[in-house]
Design a protein around this ligand. Structure first.
Ligand code: ADP
Ligand code: ZN
Ligand code: ZN
Length: 748
């Protein structure tokens, strides 16, 4: 085939295929995945080659590629396959996926890699062979000494990390010439490797813990399922030792020299788990998330791309699915039910769990999903036999699940027993824990001081100038903040409607809880962990470390502290307001409430001291609360699954959600109706709306929502082409240029 044309992905949301001519000077050398410079819409842009062919495009004004950036592909085949799956499935452009999936070129060009010489074994070597080698070197004690030191420093035979040459020489007080003799004898080789800013070198690694009988059984069962299934769901109650099981499975893969991806829904979780992993896997472990700086990110990117069968573990958040894996054999998605896996904005609006499953599939790897309260979707897949199912119903070493105590806030208010926002049950439990020098976590899913301010005369509430959202009061900075667009203003002294000065703060967020708990327990050391206190790079680490070191008695936080954390001395968990968790109007709200409360509860009493959870609610008989008390996931699942079947919700249908936006409200109404009609022509009763969403205006854009419910059995790719057809119709309408339609497949 002649290298005449190349299809290029450009980092824009413009739909369509972009084909360029390949100039003679580079023809024959161009490969898919390479970065090139091209002219696009009167500017120069960089793009990625996806296909090389000799089919002349229909239009004749075809431009030439200007130049090629590097001599090797920046993106490998499996990445390109994943990109195109994401673009297709989540209905966005490959350019949008590229923006999410590729480090920007500025990053790459800025980066000067630091490499240093490392020493590693030339060939894999069994312990027997190693003994023979040491024996053979008896007559050369200096060489023998270097090899012995290398063994100690590399963690051999459990892992075979390359050892920095300079360190090896210092430690063995030896000279380069002695090392060179070992290279001549084909024991060692010297390689240049990037020196890590991310992982400290030379950690002594420990072998994984011995598993309990229940864990052993679970791991055997996981492996059996993997013989004929690609995906296994591990449903294990909180603190049942799931992480320990992951560690064993990872260990096996690393020993085979494979890559493993371990996904977590939030950065906050990576800080604790990384310590546990590093203990076992040393510097073959890296963390990947958005808080890393460019250099660190590129370094990990390069390490993953060049991991030459040395065994490598990446712990990361959803964006790690974009790393250039080439030897991936296992993907673990922990807390698989978690909504944070879904990217809301901008496109690609992908679900990290589902994308990880696809990534794993492309590599022919296996996927292990783990959760204490699996998503209805995954559990349904497990029951139907699509996934293997493995369950762990007891905590590690028979520690009891925490007792759940319901504190009725309505009663307490009536009987004037509330102290600020705290019930007597909660205060007693906290008091008790503090007197035993045990620790407490208080959970409130709202940050700020109070969610809104209200005029006590006329009920007026300040809302954001750009969004249809109440402004949240933040006391620390004494400002009202919009949590949707970030707009802030000074709190008004007088009512914007009647002029009264009787403005009062309503409701409570984490900041207020922090203030008030300090008043109630003046001697306790109190800290808060939410978006506002964790803006700097190491803030998660600092707070979690201080809690681990018992420098904090009471930690208050949002969902950030609800998952995965493991604290030895934490016995009391308080959920301050279960009502606003339960009353969120969405088909997933019950599932989510159960998961959230079960997760938060799971932090308590994970070691020898029994844990207790106090849930404050005005509705103690709510069915979800009853299920949480009994830790009864299965009832929750059955009830939710029944309801979703009856009312046709996922997993029994597929939802596509359209967000239609315009800055002019009148225009929006007209266009939304028109788009709805187009869709109804194609999909009939499967179309719901347009409707006004809960937040009907964000950042000056008015919003309408249309929901499309598609049968699972029907072809989704056909439905997608029909959707594109409807969108094209609207795009061609007059005035549609200032209209935006965001498509969200499997919205959360
Ligand atoms: P999960 O991931 O299910 O919440 P973890 O793996 O964090 O549970 O285990 C809970 C606690 O029990 C942790 O402190 C962990 O170190 C400990 N643990 C679990 N399995 C073992 C084991 N086999 N040997 C020693 N300690 C274990
Ligand atoms: Zn007023
Ligand atoms: Zn706003």
């Amino acid at each position: 085939m002649n290298q005449e044309y190349a299809d290029i992905i450009l980092p824009f949301s413009v739909r369509g295929k972009f084909t360029y001519r390949i100039p003679g000077s580079i023809a024959g050398a161009l490969k898919p995945g390479m970065r090139v410079r091209v002219h696009f819409a009167s500017r120069i842009s960089s793009g990625i080659v996806i296909r090389i062919h000799d089919t002349q495009p229909k239009h004749d004004k075809i431009k030439e590629i200007i130049s090629v950036f590097d001599n090797t592909p920046a993106v490998n085949d499996t990445q390109l396959k994943l990109w195109s799956w994401i673009a297709e499935y989540y209905m966005c452009t490959e350019g949008e996926v590229m923006k999410a999936g590729l480090l920007s070129e500025k990053n790459i060009d800025d980066y000067k890699q630091r490499t240093e010489a490392f020493v590693r074994l030339l060939k894999d070597c069994s312990e027997k062979q190693m003994h023979e080698m040491l024996d053979a070197l008896k007559k050369a004690p200096k060489q023998c000494d270097i090899l012995a030191n290398w063994i100690r420093m590399s963690g051999y035979p459990d892992s075979m990390i390359s050892v920095k040459k300079s360190d090896l020489l210092t430690e063995s007080r030896s000279s380069v010439s002695v090392l060179e003799s070992l290279i001549k004898k084909k024991v060692f080789e010297i390689v240049l490797l990037p020196v890590s800013r991310t992982s400290p070198e030379r950690i002594k690694t420990e072998t994984p813990q011995l598993l309990s009988q229940a864990q052993d059984k679970a791991i055997t069962s996981i492996k059996e399922h993997f013989l004929n299934k690609e995906i296994v769901l591990l449903h294990g109650v909180t603190s049942s030792g799931k992480t320990e099981i992951y560690i064993h499975l990872i260990d096996e893969q690393l020993k085979k020299g494979k890559q493993v991806l371990y996904l977590l829904p939030e950065i906050a979780l990576t800080t604790q788990i990384i310590q546990r992993l590093k203990k076992h896997f040393g510097s073959s472990t890296d963390v990947y998330h958005s808080r890393l700086n460019n250099g660190e990110r590129i370094e990990i990117w390069d390490k993953v791309a060049s991991s030459r069968r040395h065994g490598q573990l990446i712990l990361g958040v959803r964006s790690s699915v974009f790393l250039p894996f080439n030897n991936l054999s296992l993907v673990i998605v922990d807390e698989e039910h978690d909504g944070s896996y879904k990217q809301q904005d901008p496109a690609p609006r992908y679900n990290g769990r589902d994308t990880a499953i696809m990534l794993s599939n492309i590599h022919g790897a296996k996927t292990l999903l783990g959760s204490a309260s699996p998503s209805i979707e995954s559990y349904n897949n497990a029951l139907s036999g699509k996934y293997g199912l493995v369950e762990l119903s007891e905590r590690y070493s028979q520690i009891r699940l925490p007792d759940i105590i319901i504190a009725n806030t309505r009663e307490a208010h009536k009987r004037k027993l509330m102290v600020s926002h705290f019930t007597p049950e909660l205060l007693n439990a906290v008091d008790d824990a503090l007197s035993k020098e045990e620790q407490v976590i208080l959970f409130q899913n709202r940050r700020g001081y109070s969610p809104y301010i209200e005029c006590s005369e006329c009920g007026w509430i300040p809302v954001c100038v750009q969004c249809a959202v109440n402004m949240t009061y933040h006391k620390g900075i004494d400002r009202l903040v919009c949590h949707y667009c970030g707009f802030t203003m000074r709190p008004p002294h007088n009512c914007g409607s009647c002029g009264s000065s009787g403005l009062i703060t309503k409701g409570f967020g984490t900041e207020k809880i922090e203030d008030e708990i300090r008043l109630v327990f003046p001697k306790a050391r109190v800290a808060r962990m939410d978006q506002d206190t964790t803006r700097s790079k190491n803030s998660f680490n600092r707070i979690i470390k201080s809690f681990e070191n018992r420098q904090i008695d009471i930690l208050i936080g949002t969902q950030m502290i609800s998952k995965g954390l493991d604290f030895e001395n934490l016995t009391i968990v308080g959920i301050l307001n279960a009502d606003n968790i339960l009353n969120f109007p969405d088909f997933r709200s019950h599932e989510r409430s159960f998961q959230l409360m079960e997760q938060v509860s799971g932090r308590a009493g994970r070691r020898n001291k029994p844990g207790k959870v106090i849930i404050q609610t005005s509705d103690p008989s709510h069915k979800i609360i009853r299920q949480v008390i009994r830790h009864d996931y299965k009832s929750m699942f059955r009830l939710q699954a029944d309801e979703r079947k009856t009312f046709n919700y996922p997993p029994f249908c597929r939802i596509v959600r359209f967000e239609i936006k315009h800055k002019n409200r009148g225009q929006l109404v007209i266009f939304a109706e028109k788009f709805g009609d187009e869709l109804k022509k194609l999909f009939g009763k499967r179309v719901l709306g347009p409707e006004e969403p809960l937040i009907s205006r964000v950042q000056l854009w008015y919003i309408k929502v249309i929901i499309l419910k598609l049968e699972k059995e029907k072809s989704f790719s056909q439905a997608r082409s029909l959707i594109y057809e409807a969108m094209k119709h609207i795009d061609s309408e007059k005035g549609a240029s200032s209209l935006r339609i965001n498509v969200d497949v499997d919205p959360y």
